[in-house]
Design a protein around this ligand. Structure first.
Ligand SMILES: NC(=O)C1=CN([C@@H]2O[C@H](COP(=O)(O)OP(=O)(O)OC[C@H]3O[C@@H](n4cnc5c(N)ncnc54)[C@H](OP(=O)(O)O)[C@@H]3O)[C@@H](O)[C@H]2O)C=CC1
Ligand SMILES: Nc1nc(=O)c2c([nH]1)NC[C@@H]1CN(c3ccc(C(=O)N[C@@H](CCC(=O)O)C(=O)O)cc3)C=[N+]21
Length: 288
């Protein structure tokens, strides 16, 4: 039976550090960091994220406001909203929440966020730094997975890491961070599933990280004995939240596994706040 990797426990140390740092910066500079979150349309996982953000921002002394936009917004109007936040001197960081409607391209929209206000590190300049291994602001969930692995002292050097999902906010940046740790990294996606190869890749993973958004897409029986499993997926199932991995069956085979909720989610939120704190410090340096 696997040990649970509890993000809600791993996060406590960071919570204390950030709270103290933000309190002292805010007192010294007589202003607080401000996060603005752009949300287009409605989505269950995005609502869970927003709720957690608002709660943690308040605990840490970070201002938080949502810019809610209609599902049928035109791309140019979304860019206008981003520009308004870029030009507002009180704003520290901007988060463009996914998913976006089918007519709007995340990567294109993200390129309009000022790199110095990019709360998630998804502007091409920030992603470029990540490729070069020198990124400071990296996508929060990718960082959260690495933090969890470090917290539970999981060895990555020379191990087979398999990432399922290749989105710009999770799978791709995470694969770069795993490479930085010298894990031998495979990235699977929809074409892997269509080629009926997903099971083969999952079966040989020492470390498996799944970010798809489909409950049960990874069968528990595919997990290699002793594997480490991180389930990023957040899916609403009635009133409860479930991940992408068949949890109970996977738990019988893995050595470590994240629960959903209580796994990656709380760390994602705290690392978003850490990014905001970093952007705030940079902005204060520029002013002085
Ligand atoms: N816990 C947390 O902190 C966070 C949770 N999430 C959750 O993680 C999930 C993924 O989020 P995100 O990356 O934004 O989602 P996206 O929809 O952007 O990406 C999903 C990825 O999964 C791939 N995929 C779809 N179906 C399959 C399949 N059957 N087999 C293998 N790969 C498949 C897609 O491939 P293709 O594009 O080629 O179709 C795509 O790369 C969601 O549930 C989201 O809510 C996200 C961020 C943070
Ligand atoms: N640009 C962008 N970046 C994201 O990182 C992003 C996004 N868009 N869109 C939506 C998904 C989803 N996501 C979550 C993060 C934390 C929790 C979270 O805090 N989860 C708690 C939930 C606690 C509860 O309410 O039960 C937990 O898992 O324990 C949930 C969901 C980030 N996402």
């Amino acid at each position: 039976m696997a040990v649970l990797m509890e993000g809600r426990v791993a996060v406590e140390h960071l919570r204390g550090l950030l709270k103290d740092e933000i309190a002292s910066l805010s007192a010294r500079h007589k202003r607080r960091p401000e996060l603005r979150c752009i949300v287009v349309g409605r989505n269950a996982a995005a609502s869970v994220y927003l709720k957690s953000q608002a709660k943690v921002a308040q605990e840490l002394g970070i201002g938080h406001a949502v810019v809610a936009l209609p599902e049928d917004i035109r791309p140019d109007d979304l860019i206008g909203e981003i520009a308004a936040l870029n030009n507002d001197p009180s704003v520290t960081g901007i988060l463009l929440q996914c998913p976006l409607p089918s007519g709007i391209d995340l990567e294109k929209a993200a390129s309009f966020i000022l790199p110095a206000r990019d709360a998630e590190g998804i502007h091409p300049a920030n992603l470029g730094r990540l490729v070069l291994g020198e990124g400071r602001i990296a996508p929060c969930t990718a960082q959260a997975c690495i933090e969890l692995l470090h917290h539970y002292q999981v060895k990555l050097y020379g191990r087979e890491a398999v990432v399922v999902g290749h989105s710009s906010i999770v799978g791709k940046p995470l694969s770069l961070l795993l490479l930085k740790e010298f894990a031998t990294t495979t990235v699977c996606h929809i074409a892997t599933a269509e080629a009926h190869k997903l099971e083969d890749h999952v079966r040989r993973a020492h470390v498996l990280i799944v970010a798809v958004g489909k409950p049960g897409v990874i069968k528990g029986e595919w997990i290699a004995p002793g594997a480490v499993v991180i389930d990023v997926g957040i899916n609403k199932c009635g009133e409860s939240l479930v991940g992408d991995v068949e949890f109970e069956a996977a738990r019988q085979k893995a050595s470590f596994i994240t629960p959903v909720p209580g796994g990656v989610g709380p760390l994602t939120v705290m690392l978003l706040m850490k990014n905001i704190c970093e952007l705030f410090k940079e902005s204060l340096k520029l002013q002085s």
